[in-house]
Design a protein around this ligand. Structure first.
Ligand code: HEM
Length: 527
């Protein structure tokens, strides 16, 4: 596997490589044999190049179009193939085919990523890591598009473009990358108290993992499992690394980024190539409506987690990555994960972040991959039988041919095409609507500090010190004192000692605790 190419390369310094024996003839994409791939067609040996040189134009045209837009977020990522194996049946709570038969394996593809950096950025940036899993189940593809942190910055998808604008390089200067803090990011965060729980996690060592193999993964949102009778059980999904959790220290992260910006992808590649297959357990937290109603927070709020003490994690399977990609572009770059890819027996909740994501992924992938037919790419195609009436579009390869391309139709079994199956379809959980159309944030989403505090106090002293150091380091990169101060005023609501340490580290007077209410425009005027 370490041989980069199947065929040994020619010896000597000659630039012409001539076909013959076992060596195939070089052709254009149209199949026309090429005699000389080194020189363009000219009028005379030193004359002008000719427009009619179709071989040159085709070669250059294809090269010119090699790049596609990088992902608008999570641009830098690395993927591998593997499988999911069920170790404990969930047939008691879901009809999802993947969760029925213990011992059965389902093909999987996983892509790990950073969020804010560009495709060519460094692996050890302080950043959330994406943990996206595509499961090619017998009843369609299920994508669990998660992160390595169990909560998120915002509660409503409406705020996502602003969050990402603030986090990505600033539009006038196109820096910084995710490594260093900057005014825009902390301005936005300090005006979004809902982010405070996530801030504690991103300032912790979780955002500088030692490698992908030492990371947890989380579905983040509350989802539903639905059984054959339509009964729903709420679920939170967890991936637990077999190797345990490990991070690097910040000074190590900075050095690694300089010495080997590909550190994480190299680690994953090397481990799989050596047969040291990375593995995670899949855990679920299951709870019912009564628990949801009694829980101190709203289970639809993605800035909150369900403590494991309240709902223990039940391990139901394992994920093993045992195969490298053959073609980074075709697989890792063109894979399209989408939260709306769910299967019968799994369903959404009304989490307003999840609902917005369901729109965003498909929309962006049309732009990024250029055609609604990206499901025709092998990495995105289901592995189970599929049949529908879609046709045409850029790069269509699977038009319904020899049968009807519409329904209902009155053709017989041979020509009528696929038929609906009321017993096997995806059926949404029957949930009664909840009141009038309103553009508001529910009161049950209002407590932004309690879980942030719980996370901070659950850390060991050295981990707490790292959080304090990270806040001082990141906020020291913020130029406007009012933004620094506003951030510390939130930290006061999380932990008084931490706030004092950060204020001291920044040379700031300790501000009053932030008011829970939204600040007015007067409050916000730069001092
Ligand atoms: C990638 C949108 C929140 C995890 C993406 C992409 C978009 C997006 C547009 C690029 C997809 C592509 O080009 O294929 C959003 C929106 C969010 C949101 C609108 C909130 C409203 C989240 C959350 C998580 C998450 C909460 C984790 C639970 C990921 C991951 C990827 C991704 C892992 C990379 C997938 C891959 O490896 O290809 N997101 N996202 N996102 N998002 Fe989100």
């Amino acid at each position: 596997m370490s041989d980069r190419f199947a065929e040994p390369q020619g010896e000597g310094g000659e630039t012409r490589q001539i076909a013959g024996g076992e060596v195939a003839v070089l052709t254009t994409a149209q199949g026309v044999p090429v005699s000389d791939d080194q020189n363009s067609l000219k009028q005379g040996a030193r004359g002008p190049s000719l427009l009619e040189d179709f071989h040159f134009r085709e070669k250059m045209f294809h090269f010119d179009h090699e790049r596609i837009p990088e992902r608008v977020v999570h641009a830098r990522g690395y993927g591998a193939h593997g499988y999911f194996e069920l170790t404990d049946s969930l047939a008691d709570v879901t009809r999802a085919d993947i969760f029925q038969r213990v011992g059965e394996r389902t093909e999987a593809f996983v892509r790990f990523s950073t969020v804010a950096g560009s495709k060519g950025s460094a692996d050890l940036a302080r950043d959330v890591r994406g943990f996206a899993v595509k499961l090619y189940t017998k009843e369609g593809n299920w994508d669990l598009v998660g992160n390595n942190i169990p909560v998120f910055f915002i509660q409503d998808a409406m705020k996502f473009p602003d969050l990402i604008h603030a986090a990505k390089p600033e539009p006038d200067r196109a820096f910084p990358q995710a490594q260093t803090a900057h005014d825009n990011f902390w301005d936005f965060i300090s005006l979004s108290p809902e982010s405070m729980h996530m801030v504690m996690w991103i300032m912790s060592d979780r955002t500088i993992p030692r490698s992908f193999r030492f990371m947890e993964g989380f579905g983040v949102h509350t989802f539903r499992l639905v059984d054959a009778d339509g009964k729903s059980t709420f679920v939170k999904f967890h991936w637990k690394p077999k190797l345990g959790l490990q991070s690097v220290a910040w000074n190590e992260a900075v050095k690694i980024n300089g010495a080997d910006p590909d550190f994480h992808r190299r680690d994953l590649w090397a481990a799989i190539e050596a047969g040291d297959f990375p593995e995670w357990e899949l855990g679920v937290q299951l709870f019912d409506q009564d628990f949801a109603d009694s829980f101190a927070f709203d289970v639809l709020d993605a800035t909150k987690l369900i403590p494991e003490e309240a709902v223990p994690i039940r391990i139901v399977g394992r994920l093993v990555l045992d195969r490298l990609v053959d073609n980074f572009f075709a697989e890792t770059e063109q894979v399209a994960f989408c939260t709306q890819n769910i299967v019968p027996g799994i369903d959404f909740t009304n989490d307003p972040l999840l609902q917005g994501r369901n729109f965003s992924y498909l929309d962006t992938q049309l732009k990024r991959l250029g055609s609604p037919n990206f499901t025709h790419l092998p990495i995105n195609a289901p592995r189970c039988p599929f049949a529908h009436f879609q046709q045409d579009g850029h790069m269509a390869m699977r038009n319904p041919v020899g049968r009807a391309n519409y329904e209902p139709n009155s053709w017989g079994p041979a020509q009528g095409g696929p038929r609906e199956d009321p017993k096997r379809d995806f059926r949404s959980f029957q949930e009664a609507p909840d009141g009038d159309k309103l553009r508001i944030r529910p009161e049950s989403f209002a407590d932004h500090y309690s879980q942030a505090r719980q996370f901070y106090v659950s850390q060991t002293p050295i981990e707490q010190k790292h959080i304090g150091d990270a806040l001082v380091f990141e906020l020291s990169k913020v130029e406007r004192p009012d933004i620094r101060s506003r951030m510390v005023s939130h930290v006061r609501n999380i932990d008084g000692d931490l706030a004092a340490t950060v204020a001291d580290g920044l040379g700031l007077e300790l501000p009053e605790p932030a008011q829970a209410a939204r600040p007015t425009i007067e409050d916000l005027a730069p001092s």
